[in-house]
Write a protein that binds this ligand. Structure first.
Ligand SMILES: NCc1[nH]cc(CCC(=O)O)c1CC(=O)O
Length: 334
């Protein structure tokens, strides 16, 4: 792990240090949250860029030795006092909560959906038979195959700009720090989280927002987690600002999704989709466990009228058990 400090937001002392990954997406997310925290607390901050194993290794994520490679280094920095606040993409954060750390805030969630970015403005049902779709996610690959068995799924990695650059006819991405450099234009489409694309100002590449009926997102997708040491940041103004930033509805929905994932003992790269929404005064949780090749899947839903964290946890666990009873562990290779 290496750390690099970049001076940012220099208002008043003593301030707080914000740990982040260095990717363009992470920096955009972190800057937004850090500025909101500074505005609410009147405290200055500095960003601490923490290099993670996931940033420096180019092999497929599934071979990097389990889940949470992006989050582990950030958590380590927090624990060691290298930063006071760490900003994660919630879907990349393992469900097991380290005893010494807490998620102090889940800011308002943005678009949860996956987005198709296809050549020539094509929608999913307009892609010619046999089209090549890039994704490194077994969850996305399997649900694409379920909707369109003729598609070819091509495993890809790299940052958002790199992935977009693989689509035929796309402009060369300026931000090309990852895998895929020089092989632009070999795919008909890629699938990425709408949230990431929009946060990066790349929403114009989206040719279809995939309906959750077709493509359930990853648990926590579109949501950020602000993690701190269990005792707080050591700055009461910042601790108070974190409470203001926390959105209870977001916390409830991501709690249900993550309880499901945790009960399945699955990680962020498992072929599991889950989406909780509050509709008509109920929490509704939809989930899917897919065979990684998309040949089969189990889809289950549950609702609860208990709109609190315990209710959200209970519905997530109950639905996971329903999936397991229906054979989800075998199906999804858990
Ligand atoms: N695994 C990488 C990752 N982590 C969070 C996002 C997007 C932002 C989000 O879902 O909150 C992405 C990129 C993607 O999946 O397209």
């Amino acid at each position: 792990m290496s750390e690099e400090m970049t001076g940012q937001g220099t208002t008043t002392e003593p301030g707080f240090r914000v740990g982040t990954r260095g990717s363009a997406l992470a920096m955009t997310q972190t800057t937004t949250v850090a500025e909101a925290l500074s505005a609410a607390s009147g405290q200055g901050h500095e960003l601490i860029r923490v290099k993670t194993e996931g940033d420096v290794t180019s092999g497929p994520l599934s071979q990097l030795g389990g889940t949470g490679v992006f989050a582990a280094a950030l958590r380590m920095s927090l624990l060691e006092g290298g930063c006071d606040v760490a900003i994660h993409s919630l879907k990349d954060l393992p469900t097991a909560q380290p005893e010494d750390l807490v998620i102090a805030a889940t800011p308002v969630r943005v678009d949860v959906r996956d987005a198709l970015c296809a050549r020539d403005g094509l929608r999913l049902d307009q892609l010619p038979p046999g089209s090549r779709i890039g994704t490194g996610s077994p969850r996305r690959g399997a649900q694409l195959k379920a909707a369109r068995p003729d598609l070819q799924i091509v495993g890809i990695r790299g940052n958002v700009g790199t992935r977009l650059g693989r689509v035929a006819g796309s402009a060369t991405p300026e931000d090309d720090g990852g895998v895929g450099r020089g092989v632009q234009g070999d795919l008909d489409a890629v699938v990425l989280a709408a949230a990431g694309l929009e946060r990066l100002g790349l929403g114009e590449h989206i040719t279809e927002y995939l309906d959750p009926e077709i493509m359930l997102p990853a648990p926590g997708q579109g949501s950020l987690a602000v993690e701190v040491r269990a005792g707080g940041t050591g700055n009461s103004e910042v601790d108070a600002a974190l409470k203001v930033l926390d959105d209870p509805e977001t916390r409830m929905t991501i709690t249900a999704e993550r309880a499901l994932l945790g009960r399945l003992e699955a990680g962020c790269s498992a072929p599991i989709g889950a989406l909780a929404r509050i509709v008509d005064g109920e929490l509704r949780l939809d989930s899917v466990a897919c065979a990684p090749d998309g040949s089969d899947w189990i889809r289950r839903s549950a609702t609860t009228e208990r709109l609190d964290i315990e209710g959200a946890q209970a519905v997530g666990i109950a639905l996971a058990e329903e999936l397991l009873d229906a054979g989800a562990a075998r199906m999804a290779g858990l």
